[in-house]
Design a protein around this ligand. Structure first.
Ligand SMILES: [Fe+2]
Ligand SMILES: [Fe+2]
Length: 191
């Protein structure tokens, strides 16, 4: 457990300054902004952590440049969920696994949503399967973590601001560490 928490933290220590492909933020800024938005919205600690770590799969595979420009889908949501499930449980891994599907769902169900997507998000949407069909939407709504995935997705789209990073790098990583230990400990107690 400890080893895995250190490995996840190391991804942000080493890769946090990488530019988030196609967006005006770094990986750490994007993660921090999503975590802050979740915290401000009164989300559970598990959902705050999911928001922080929803793109950990990008760092795990670390594809260079902007993969969507090359027509590449890195399946980061699946990889991220696989990494997170054994350490933090489904309350963290499931919203992460579903955050790409949530974009496809929101494009189909909220008219204004698609207009606000960033150019990179529009490119990746098509690589990820495009808008959901009606039946897919119904199946998605039946997912146990559907509501959390939709919330996370909204924060994901908002968390791409070039000039919003109030913490020092050290404090941001320290906050992430505390959150990881808190959720991992809660999971152990539940078992
Ligand atoms: Fe993502
Ligand atoms: Fe993201």
């Amino acid at each position: 457990m400890q080893k895995m928490l250190n490995s996840i933290l190391a991804l942000y220590q080493q890769g946090g300054d990488l530019v988030y492909a196609g967006e005006p933020v770094t990986q750490l800024m994007h993660a921090w902004q999503c975590g802050r938005l979740a915290e401000k919205s009164g989300a559970s600690v598990a959902l705050q952590l999911a928001s922080w770590l929803h793109d950990v799969g990008h760092l795990w595979v670390n594809l260079e440049g902007t993969p969507t420009l090359r027509g590449q889908n890195d399946a980061h949501e699946k990889i991220g969920a696989e990494v997170l499930l054994p350490v933090f449980g489904p309350a963290v891994s499931e919203p992460v696994r579903l955050h790409v599907q949530a974009k496809r769902y929101l494009v189909s169900t909220r008219e204004s949503y698609a207009r606000k997507l960033s150019p990179d998000s529009v490119r990746s949407l098509h690589l990820q399967g495009g808008p959901m069909a009606q039946q897919e939407c119904a199946t998605f709504e039946a997912e146990p973590y559907f509501a959390d995935a939709v919330k996370l997705r909204v924060w994901d789209d908002l968390g791409k601001k070039s000039a919003w990073f109030d913490d020092s790098r050290h404090d941001a990583l320290d906050h992430l560490t505390q959150l990881m230990y808190l959720v991992a400990r809660e999971k152990v107690i539940q078992i």
